[in-house]
Design a protein around this ligand. Structure first.
Ligand code: F0G
Length: 446
């Protein structure tokens, strides 16, 4: 599918039925030019005319594609091609992303105090995070715009995903990461997949500002979630959850928020399904931010204007972001869904993570904001006992082993985090007697 390196002029409007539209001023742009922002500074939606689409037929078609063994529809993104974008297949770069499991939350559900709690594990994507759903679209778009290089700023997962998809189709990838601030598993992937990795002095927000400038000056295609094609792919998380629930709409989605692309995608997708009559209600969306990196939550709670957070700080490095590019889209989606925005502390994130891990599921710290946030909302009575909740786990447990080991060895005290549910390794002599002693005590000494 990705082996067709066709170059030359293409007629974009014939290839994709759609247009870009500013979410702020509604100005429309056709798809012939590469654009990430409106002239007014607003972010752009990829829009299409849904008036001739028959929702029932579409749902049936998607059901027929479920379980495809090979080809485009074996992807959990392109299965929903009609609502992703309808581009020529030769351009599509796919790794059969998506098709991730929807787990019963088990111990994590008990911990949150929610009976009907599912966890959608996006860490089971090819590169270990939900980013692959957006990246199949971002890199596909790069190909139909005839780009030879793609770039992103990243807290780690976007870069791992971009480097992989670029490697698959032979594009060069350029990565901007904040120096010393990304989890090792992610950095390892970026390097391994051959991404040119630039560690900049500064935080993610500095890297994000720089990459936008670089892409416009050096003519490199930008695949951060400010790219409207990326958002289209990420909508498929919600589509797939609904399909897994036989189209029974949950009451809530609970999702971590960093650069705020993912929850924007979720709400856009739900809104489209609702407009097509495929679902009869839009589930409420709870966006959960780490307390030290929570510009959207601050805005939501005080109803004040948008103000970036200067020095964001959290152990959940994936979402250590103070100036999210999609805050406006995110807020729109929270409003559409009658949702909420909440914050969780470092301790709450890591204790929730310990429970997700102890449930045998496992996820990286940022992902576990979903469970920490769901618990907080359930404790406050905002999520009620009889409601069905889907938490999105965004990244794999192996992305950030330092956070796991640090918690279980109780070495995160300097960050104000106690290993409440620590399961520390025990050093012993290599004797049966020592093993007997170690196994007979509870809790075991360290
Ligand atoms: N969870 C994980 C594991 C992430 O990697 C990210 C974002 C988020 C949640 C937040 O999603 O930005 O759409 O609100 N990671 C980006 C990156 C920023 O560069 O990998 P968001």
């Amino acid at each position: 599918m990705y082996l067709n390196y066709s170059r030359g002029t293409i007629n974009m409007t014939a290839m994709i039925q759609g247009w870009l539209e500013c979410i702020r001023c509604k100005r429309k742009y056709d798809l012939t030019e590469v654009r990430y922002n409106c002239g007014c500074g607003g972010t752009l939606d990829l829009r299409r005319d849904l008036s001739t689409v028959d929702g029932r037929k579409l749902k049936r078609r998607w059901e027929n594609r479920w379980g495809a063994k090979r080809g485009l529809y074996a992807s959990g993104v392109w299965r929903y091609k009609e609502l992703i974008f309808d581009c020529e297949e030769d351009y599509i770069v796919t790794r059969q992303e998506g098709n991730t499991r929807l787990y019963d939350a088990g111990k994590a559900g008990e911990y949150a105090g929610i009976k009907n709690f599912y966890l959608k594990h996006e860490g089971e994507n090819p590169t270990g995070s939900f980013k692959d759903r957006g990246m199949t679209c971002g890199v596909t778009a790069a190909r139909f715009y005839h780009a030879s290089s793609v770039a992103c700023a990243s807290t780690g997962n976007t870069s791992a995903s971009m480097a992989s998809y670029a490697a698959v189709c032979g594009l060069k990838s350029v990565i901007f990461i904040p120096e010393g601030k990304i989890a090792y598993g992610k950095l390892a992937q970026a390097l391994a997949f051959g991404g040119k990795t630039l560690q900049i002095k500064g935080n993610f927000d500095d890297a994000m500002a720089l990459v936008q400038q670089v892409c416009s000056e050096l003519n490199i295609y930008l695949v951060n979630s400010i790219n409207p094609f990326r958002i289209e792919g990420q909508k498929a998380i919600g589509f797939e959850v609904l399909q897994q629930l036989d189209w029974k709409v949950p009451d809530w989605f609970v999702i971590p928020g960093g650069n705020l692309g993912n929850n924007s995608a979720l709400s856009k997708g739900m809104r489209e399904l609702y407009d097509l009559g495929i679902i009869a209600k839009i589930p409420r969306i709870a966006v959960i931010q780490a307390a030290g990196a929570a510009p959207l939550a601050a805005m939501w709670k005080t109803r004040a204007g948008y103000a970036p957070v200067k020095n964001p700080e959290t152990i959940a490095t994936a979402i250590k972001i103070g100036n999210p590019v999609s805050w406006e889209k995110s807020l729109r989606g929270v409003n559409w869904s009658h949702g909420v925005v909440e914050t969780v502390t470092e301790q709450e994130i890591m204790d929730a993570k310990a429970m997700v891990d102890a449930a045998g599921i496992g996820a990286e710290p940022a992902s576990c904001c979903s469970v920490a946030g769901a618990k907080k909302l359930a404790d406050a009575g905002i999520i009620t006992a009889d409601e069905t909740v889907v938490g999105i786990l965004t990244g794999n447990i192996l992305k950030d082993p330092d956070a796991v080991v640090g918690y279980h060895k109780n070495e995160l005290r300097a960050m104000g985090i106690e290993g409440t549910y620590a399961n520390a390794p025990i050093a012993i002599e290599a004797t049966v007697e020592a093993v007997r002693k170690a196994l007979s005590c509870s809790p075991c000494p360290q």
